[in-house]
Design a protein around this ligand. Structure first.
Ligand code: ATP
Length: 280
């Protein structure tokens, strides 16, 4: 993205957004509630046209040309929405086969084979004939992931993949996301509030500010946590409470808020200390 301004109607949500998502990276879109993270993600998958600026995919100007041009680029994307967004009247297998039926000319046997393969990747082979109501929230997320991968996308977009999951299930999902990147070479863009998860998997990112409506930091979540000089970013990434009036000093009234970094990482995060830049 180059100098992108994005919003709804005339209301600007974020402006001057410039960022590069490198191939094979896990890129985090970070920031406080309501700053526009999901809005940026929606724009990246073509659901919202920027007010200005340029968005290119592999050097290809996304918003130029006819709809067919975007449709072709969208074929390279897989999207996992917050809820998993499965069709409740379809089995897990039917949900995953839907994009294959819609966008390919493969025969039934081949589609069934691919669906079994994708569900195997997310550990859900046994759930192929179950309905979403018959499986847990974490399994629904994994099924959503299998569906997002159905067309072998180059880029996967995840909106709050860990929302509503317990720390152990969330850590398993993190491992799965790392496997997708390392095993399949996918590029992953992720919106998440879950700091332990972001520290574990993301190797690059952007931090959006709701007040100025602009990005205020670029870098991996761990870099921002450990080295970012911006007090707001530092406080957010270290889970320090901040007062409304102070914009330069973190609040220190809560002793828990002054703990050194990594102390937030009970559960999913504790098993992940000492990881390398790839989260291993
Ligand atoms: N369809 C819409 N029309 C108008 N305003 C919207 C629409 N969707 C979101 N907004 C507004 O845009 C702003 C950013 O919303 P967005 O969901 O992108 O933020 P977010 O950073 O993802 O928030 P959260 O972390 O709470 O999910 C909010 O003020 C929201 O009310």
């Amino acid at each position: 993205m180059r100098d992108v301004t994005i919003g709804y109607g005339t209301k600007v949500i974020q402006s001057h957004v410039t960022m590069d998502v490198r191939r094979g990276s896990i890129f985090a879109i970070m920031g406080g509630s309501g700053c526009g993270k999901s809005t940026i993600l929606r724009s990246m998958v073509g659901l919202l046209r920027p007010m200005s600026g340029k968005y290119t995919v592999d050097g290809d100007d996304y918003w130029s040309g006819p709809d067919s041009h975007r449709t072709a680029l969208n074929r390279r994307f897989g999207v996992l929405f917050q809820s998993g967004a499965l069709w409740s009247s379809m089995t897990i297998g039917e949900n995953v086969s839907l994009p294959l039926e819609m966008f390919t000319r493969l025969n039934r046997d081949m589609i069934r084979h691919l669906v079994e393969m994708k569900l195997g990747l997310v550990g859900l082979s046994h759930a192929i004939d179950l309905y979403p109501s018959e499986i847990s929230g974490g399994m629904c997320k994994r099924a959503g992931l299998a569906r997002a991968m159905a067309l072998d996308p180059d880029v996967l977009f995840f909106d709050e993949p860990s929302a509503g999951l317990d720390p152990i299930t969330s850590a398993r999902l993190d491992d799965l996301i790392l496997t997708l990147r390392d095993g399949l070479g996918a590029t992953i863009v992720i919106v998440s509030h879950e700091l332990p998860s972001l520290f574990a998997i993301a190797d690059d990112g952007i931090f959006l500010d709701a007040q100025t409506k602009q990005p205020i930091a670029h870098g991996s979540p761990r870099d921002l946590r450990d080295h970012c000089k911006d007090p707001q970013v530092h406080a957010f990434m270290n889970r320090e409470a901040r007062t409304e009036t102070s914009t330069t000093e973190p609040a220190t009234t809560d002793p828990a808020a002054t703990k050194p970094d990594n102390t937030e990482s009970a559960g999913a995060g504790t098993v992940r200390k000492g990881q390398n830049a790839n989260g291993k």
